[in-house]
Design a protein around this ligand. Structure first.
Ligand code: SAH
Length: 378
């Protein structure tokens, strides 16, 4: 819970947290639901707006609490409709979120940390080290700010994206019966800056707010947490939020290579990581998504595809192939189109669900691994 000048930021409280906060002031429990809805459904920025709350309580709240907010410092739109939002956190840190509209169904990729401590060799965010964890409010505020922007500037529907639509959607997903406007956010993926499992104390309450029926009302089937493989934290996530989707950035099929490109592997090698994936409590027919960044000449052969298949075959799986996005100061190379196609085909032919991610947002540096959250100077 964030307090500034001893005031509590209500944006960072789950509904049970808010109930406790109000109970501490001797208030009735149902008030919490009312206030929670004002904050997350009506996007109230102040207590004055809460017209079904008595004036006395509004004044009392304003003395002890506040509602934080984020406004993007910059919004860039790519030729494919992808939008990148840069948020200034007010303390010299910046983070980015990326909106990917696909046939009117919006996926939002959000950040969980300013910088990252995991130091994966191919990742731009990793070169900035970890500055700090985002608060629960800062995680949720990215979504709320983008929603506000979507209401003002709905995306013009981009051309059908072929298989693109399924990039983040569950392939055997049925519609949830809710109506979808171009301003709705349908999927949240925690694949922006940072390692979400390195900030679970704030990520877990943020997800609870996202999936609360009185909060952001997202379906838990449409929230995906992506990790480089922090095994004990995967176990905690499974215990505390067993219904969210898990994505694991595997990226290599031997410990030798994974040790080199992802230092986390030296602590939790592939065997342990896969054991944790197998133990993760996924409901029903859901699958673990294995992300695999293809690095030209390093992990992109059919031998790699074969080993990958062997590694994941006893876990309900699907595979996201991500051709490496080159960035300055990094010597890795993008794979050839032929290598990507052959790798993809090898897996498809063996009945694996595979999506190869296109470089959406590439022209605005919003593609995977390109986020840097750099604030403009002056
Ligand atoms: N820390 C989390 C989420 C952030 S990274 C994780 O590791 O999963 C999101 C995805 O982008 C990861 O699969 C990562 O391997 C991939 N990625 C990082 N840099 C990349 C780059 N330059 N090109 C392509 N994908 C990259």
């Amino acid at each position: 819970m964030t307090t500034v000048n001893a005031k509590t930021d209500l944006k960072g409280l789950t509904l049970p947290d808010l109930e406790r906060f109000l109970q501490g002031k001797g208030k009735e429990r149902f008030r919490a639901t009312q206030i929670f809805k004002w904050i997350f459904q009506q996007d109230a920025h102040s207590f004055e707006e809460m017209t079904n709350i008595s004036k006395a309580l509004r004044l009392e709240l304003a003395e002890t609490a506040f509602i934080s907010n984020l406004e993007p410092e910059a919004v860039e739109e790519g030729s494919d409709g992808t939008r990148k939002y840069l948020f200034n956190l007010g303390d010299g840190n910046g983070v980015e979120s990326v909106l990917i509209p696909i046939e009117g169904r919006n996926t939002l990729c959000i950040s969980s940390q300013a910088g990252c401590a995991m130091a994966c060799e191919f990742c731009l965010t990793g070169t900035f080290k970890l500055t700090r964890n985002l608060t629960t409010a800062e995680i949720v505020n990215q979504i709320m700010a983008v929603k506000r922007d979507l209401l003002k500037n709905p995306p013009t529907l981009p051309a059908s994206g072929g298989e693109g639509r399924e990039i983040f959607d569950d392939s055997d997903d049925t519609d949830d019966g809710l109506s979808h406007s171009p301003a709705d956010i349908r999927n949240i993926v925690m694949m922006g800056m940072g390692e979400p499992l390195h900030n679970l104390d704030n990520v877990i309450p943020a997800i609870k707010i996202m999936i609360d029926g009185n909060g952001l009302q997202l379906s838990n089937r449409r929230v995906t947490v992506s990790t480089c493989g922090l095994v004990p934290e995967m176990e905690r996530l499974g215990r505390e939020l067993p219904n969210v989707n898990l994505a694991v950035s595997l990226n290599a099929t031997t410990d030798e290579l994974r040790d080199r490109i992802m230092p986390v592997n030296r602590k939790y090698p592939i065997r342990e990581l896969l054991r944790a994936c197998k133990a993760f409590p996924l409901p029903g027919r859901r699958k673990v998504t294995f992300e695999y960044v293809m690095l030209g000449g390093l992990n992109d052969t059919l031998e790699d595809a074969k080993r990958l298949l062997r590694l994941i075959s006893d876990i309900p799986n699907k595979v996201n192939l991500i051709p490496f996005n080159e960035h300055e100061g990094c010597d890795f190379k993008a794979p050839t189109r032929a290598a990507v196609d052959a790798f993809h085909k090898y897996l498809i032919d063996r009945n694996v669900t595979v999506i190869t991610r296109d470089s959406r947002g590439g022209d605005i540096s919003a593609a995977c691994g390109q986020l840097k959250g750099k604030l403009r100077k002056g």
